[in-house]
Design a protein. Structure first.
Length: 386
């Protein structure tokens, strides 16, 4: 019989409620918690999640057991509370020991699942009255607590600003790597946003740049975008932001038919130059498994011709026009001028950004930018929270 571990994880789980008792039933173990809640755990589920060293490699905390190698009719011989832990003895001689905090965190009774959904971080939607979260560069570079607060604000609101960043080219990489490694694209690891004659993107001109997400032409749009101001002496060029999730919610409430069209009818986005040709067919609004808005994909200057049925073509144009018109409404737009030593960091799959036209003859304007995937942000938050 195995002497077993209790958690196959690098995290620790708080004890929300102690285990009171456990009862073996025909196909499950039912546990009673001290706070009165009852949670059934099927035998297959418990055996599948056994954290012992035979079932989970203690170094990587990754599973070794494949449930197909366990008798599908396996049942528990006994279950009891052992020094606060749930111990299950199986027919055939195996033993499993479960941490009560871990068990409660993964209980799948209706009440426990609803509790977890309620505790899940939710996006804080914003409009033109948004109080921009601002952070200091030195604190983010030195203090893990300040870093965590920045990343949480970025996760929840999708737009932040950092001040007092060194204005030497390349300084952006130092703060970006406080989150994780930088995602390289065809524009480089760090890209320079400057007006130039041989531009391979409208971003590298002095034109007005309408609200958009970057790289909608890719299968996975970058999750985070950084824009760091090194020089900004030109007239014009103010940054404009809207919360794409807030616009999607308003569209869902005000025009459900248009909302559904943008969720269901795919659009092709294209980014082409002399050396590359990227294309992606996807809807403008993507929903997650629960039907919540998870991603906005938009850049009119990178959009190909609509291709849908004859019957749907008027609908897709009406929906598309409505969405763009809403991004132009003052109620949603946040307009700010970025000064040298300041940077924007925002969720590129949520927060649409734009730039007013500027006069390159009136002064220099030089930003540097880079991307990091959203996964890296979420991973860094979880590690810091440990």
């Amino acid at each position: 019989m195995n002497t077993v571990a209790a958690v196959a994880d690098f995290r620790t789980y708080p004890l929300i409620s102690a285990l009171a008792n456990a009862q073996v039933l025909a196909d499950q173990v039912r546990v009673q918690w001290a706070d009165g809640r009852g949670s059934p755990f099927h035998h297959q589920w418990l055996r599948d999640n056994c954290p012992c060293p035979t079932c989970v490699y203690s170094v990587t905390r990754e599973q070794l057991l494949e449930i197909v190698d366990v008798d599908e009719n396996l049942t528990a011989l006994s279950a009891h509370i052992d020094q606060g832990f749930l111990r299950v003895e199986w027919h055939g001689g195996h033993s499993s020991r479960f941490d009560p905090g871990w068990l409660r965190a993964h209980a799948y009774d209706d009440e426990s699942r609803a509790e977890r959904r309620a505790a899940k971080p939710t996006s804080k939607l914003w409009d033109s009255r948004f109080e921009l979260p601002v952070f200091e560069y030195a604190a983010l570079m030195e203090d893990p607590k300040a870093l965590l607060q920045w990343l949480l604000a970025l996760r929840d609101s999708g737009l932040t600003q950092v001040r007092d960043v060194p204005v030497e080219p390349g300084s952006l990489a130092l703060i970006a790597r406080r989150i994780s490694f930088i995602r390289e694209s065809n524009f480089g690891v760090l890209f320079n946003v400057q007006s130039k004659a041989d531009a391979d993107s409208n971003a590298y001109t002095s034109f007005n740049l309408p609200l958009h997400s970057d790289l909608p032409t890719r299968e996975l749009q970058p999750g985070l975008q950084f824009l760091h101001c090194l020089v900004n002496d030109a007239n014009g060029g103010e940054s404009i932001f809207v919360d794409g999730f807030a616009i999607a919610r308003a569209l869902r409430e005000e025009d459900p038919e248009a909302f559904r069209a943008l969720c269901e009818i795919p659009v092709e986005f294209r980014n082409k130059d002399r050396h590359s040709d990227y294309r992606q067919l996807a809807p403008i609004i993507a929903l997650d498994a629960l039907g919540e808005v998870a991603e906005i994909r938009m850049a009119n200057f990178l959009r190909g011709p609509f291709e849908t049925s004859v019957e749907q073509m008027p609908l897709v144009y009406r929906a598309y026009r409505r969405f763009i018109a809403m991004t132009r409404e003052d109620r949603f737009r946040l307009v700010k001028r970025l000064n040298p030593g300041e940077l924007w960091c925002f969720d590129n799959r949520r927060t649409l950004h734009a730039r007013n036209a500027f006069d390159p003859a009136s002064g220099a304007r030089h930003f540097q930018g880079c991307y990091i995937d959203r996964d890296e942000l979420l991973s860094r938050i979880l590690v810091l929270q440990r």
